[in-house]
Design a protein around this ligand. Structure first.
Ligand code: ZN
Length: 188
């Protein structure tokens, strides 16, 4: 369909919670195509609808390697049905060009969602894989949460944001995750 503009950190709508999809209509199918086109053009691993200015609960992921065939995955109205463990994830985001920092994530997650045809499915991603990270990262976008809200080292995040002319970490949006932090610190 179309490659869309990816909104950058600092845009107010990235902080807005997104609405449920009531019907996987042709409008939603077009949105999915735009998300995939945009994600592939930007060489991203995932992209959520609010990142292209559409506040619906839809995201796409493709964790296939460079020499593997494309493997687009579509998640509509996703919900985590299980979360456990913790690990330190080094992450970036298409809304934060060139910024990478370490964040706290669950190590194992199980998600339930609808696919691009409106069929329900359940997917497990265990062991802190790229998919485990991407599911949590993209899901967060639907709640207006950004990866830097989970940052382990705020100074490091701020330094990288400043270097790339992006606003600083929003202290009021930081998420306190003592259990995750404790488990990560214990393992390191
Ligand atoms: Zn992102």
């Amino acid at each position: 369909m179309a490659v869309r503009k990816v909104l950058k950190y600092g845009t107010a709508s990235l902080r807005e919670p997104s609405k449920d999809v009531h019907k996987v209509s042709s409008k939603i199918k077009d949105l999915v195509k735009d998300l995939l086109d945009t994600m592939y053009t930007q060489n991203g691993v995932g992209l959520a609808a609010p990142q292209i200015g559409v506040n619906y609960r839809v995201f796409v992921i493709d964790v296939s390697g460079e020499k593997e065939p494309l493997n687009p995955m579509v998640f509509i109205n996703p919900k985590f049905i299980k979360k456990s463990g913790a690990f330190e994830s080094d992450e970036g985001c298409l809304s934060f060009p060139e910024v990478f920092t370490k964040v706290r994530r669950y190590k194992n997650v199980t998600i339930k969602a609808l696919d691009a045809k409106g069929r329900s499915f359940v997917l497990e991603a265990n062991g802190g894989t790229l998919l485990t990270k991407a599911l949590q990262h993209e899901y967060d976008h639907l709640d207006g949460v950004l990866f830097i809200d989970h940052a382990r080292n705020i100074e490091d995040a701020n330094e990288k944001l400043a270097k790339n002319n992006l606003p600083q970490v929003e202290v009021e949006n930081l998420i306190s995750e003592p259990e995750l932090e404790e488990e990560i610190s214990r393992e390191n």
